[in-house]
Design a protein around this ligand. Structure first.
Ligand code: FES
Ligand code: FES
Length: 263
């Protein structure tokens, strides 16, 4: 029954992502059709403190109550289907996926979130080892990773790679697994070398720049060479001989016209 309820909450979460759902009020809340439903008061023991919160349904995921009602947002929502481990918290000291645990299952039990991890010796040690090994990249998976890994550190022996792999199934899309392993081993008292990033900076030697005053050689004085004048060559073109062709005159033919009566 609890699983069915949690599934319905997942669907509701998907709806709200699509903008269909409505933002719920803390004292009363409406379902998607606007009906008002009553809230139930529950007491959750989180990190040693009692959180008295009003929830619309005790079957909703504990993750919702921790983040949205108790206001402890260090625990992350990743897959929502018990795969990624981003939502890992401790319930009575054992790592659990809070996306798949109902609020009613958390009532009356000791819940520890990432905000309370440093209060434990192993948790504080591992957090410091994560810092020393520069484990986090984007950081989104890290709180769940720390909650799961601290249990290994608490076991008191240095775990092997295979033991770490089988104990921690948390997903880190940034691929920090090799550093996570190194940090777990270091926090467990292993000899995994912590990358010593103590690079001593060379003492800055103040090199005084040599004052080189390079005197530019004087520019050669430009001697103005006067070009010799171009010889003026006046070529007188020979004149074309004027050929005057006198056309022979046509002989004048005189025709004498005899006029009657002139005899
Ligand atoms: S959000 Fe719970 S396992 Fe991924
Ligand atoms: S550090 Fe980015 S997901 Fe793990």
């Amino acid at each position: 029954m609890t699983k069915v309820r949690i599934l319905s909450y997942r669907l509701r979460a998907l709806d709200s992502l699509r903008g269909i759902g409505r933002v719920m009020d803390r004292s009363t809340c409406g379902d998607q059709k606007g009906a008002v439903i009553s809230m139930t008061k529950v007491n959750l023991n989180i990190n040693g403190a009692t959180h008295s919160i009003d929830v619309p349904d005790t079957g909703m995921p504990l993750l919702w109550a921790i983040r949205d009602y108790a206001g402890l947002t260090g625990t992350k929502y990743g897959c929502g289907v018990e795969i990624c481990g981003a939502c890992t918290v401790w319930i009575d000291g054992s790592p659990e996926k809070s996306c798949d645990t109902s609020v009613s299952e958390g009532v009356g039990r000791a819940i520890t979130t990432i905000e309370g991890l440093s209060a434990t010796t192993a948790g504080a040690k591992l957090q410091q080892a994560f810092v020393d090994h520069q484990v986090p990249q984007c950081g989104y998976c890290q709180s769940g990773m720390l909650m799961a890994a601290t249990r290994l550190v608490q076991s008191g022996s240095v775990p092997s790679d295979a033991q770490i792999d089988s104990a921690i199934g948390n997903i880190c899309v940034c691929g920090t697994y090799p550093r996570v392993k190194a940090a777990i081993k270091a926090a467990s008292g292993g000899t995994t070398p912590i990358p010593t990033t103590t690079t001593t900076r060379p003492t800055t030697t103040t090199t005084t720049r040599p004052t080189t005053t390079t005197t530019k050689p004087p520019k050669p004085t430009t001697t103005t060479t006067t070009k010799p004048p171009k010889p003026t060559t006046t070529t007188t073109r020979p004149r074309k001989p004027v050929t005057t062709t006198t056309r022979p005159r046509k002989p004048v033919t005189t025709t004498t016209i005899k006029i009657k009566g002139d005899d």
